[in-house]
Design a protein around this ligand. Structure first.
Ligand code: GRF
Length: 200
């Protein structure tokens, strides 16, 4: 299993980090398709510039299930084995998730289960935590609620703003996502309830 599908809606720095790890030989995988729901997402433009199979599937004019079916059909046509959400700003429904069982990852800029949803770094600052970070997790039917694959801790400084904290977390995201993908692709794991454990 090594064909990755990337779903994004914006900047795409996590997608580009994954691409960079692959290009540098640090991650044994290939990006088989990049799908954006936003036609003008910078990440989609970068995918095209890099010569990767890039697709735009817009939500407008489709029901939620038609939209998700269209994305799933693109991923299936590209024979994608692992779907990586990288700044994809829509919650996927059960129909889509069932088509890729234990095959969808997401990265979130907090130490889940703290601060799910939008503006995780703003939530962390408002709460006054001294440490935040990022989490790669399997996608289930909730918001940022699936089993945790990997986490990295980032300290919060007194003078942090949402932007400075986000930037410090993003450095860790770019390392952690590739590590988590490698772990899942290697296959030496199983889920014991919510816990991802190593196969002996
Ligand atoms: C990242 O902070 C990621 O954790 C969150 O959305 C942001 C996407 O950034 N899910 P980018 O598009 O990968 O640069």
């Amino acid at each position: 299993m090594r064909r990755l599908g990337i779903l994004l809606s914006g900047r795409g720095s996590n997608f580009l980090a994954i691409h960079g790890h692959i290009a540098a030989g640090r991650l044994d995988a290939e990006i088989a398709g990049v799908v954006s729901d936003q036609p003008d997402a910078p990440g989609l433009a970068r995918a095209r510039e890099l010569g990767l199979p890039a697709f735009c599937v817009e939500r407008a004019g489709r029901t939620k299930s038609e939209f998700e079916d269209a994305i799933a059909r693109v991923l299936e046509a590209q024979a994608v084995e692992l779907v990586c959400l990288a700044g994809f700003m829509r919650v996927l429904g059960p129909g889509f998730i069932r088509r890729f069982p234990q095959r969808i990852l997401n990265i979130h800029p907090s130490l889940l289960p703290a601060f799910p949803g939008l503006h995780a770094q703003r939530q962390a600052l408002a709460h006054g935590v001294r440490f935040s970070g990022c989490t790669v997790h399997f996608v289930d039917e909730g918001v940022d609620s699936g089993p945790i694959v990997a986490q990295a801790v980032v300290p919060v400084r007194d003078d942090d703003t949402e932007e400075t904290l986000a930037a410090r977390i993003l450095v860790e995201e770019h390392r952690l996502y590739a590590e988590a993908i490698a772990k899942i692709l290697a296959g030496r794991w199983f889920l014991d309830g919510r816990r991802l454990l190593e196969k002996k």
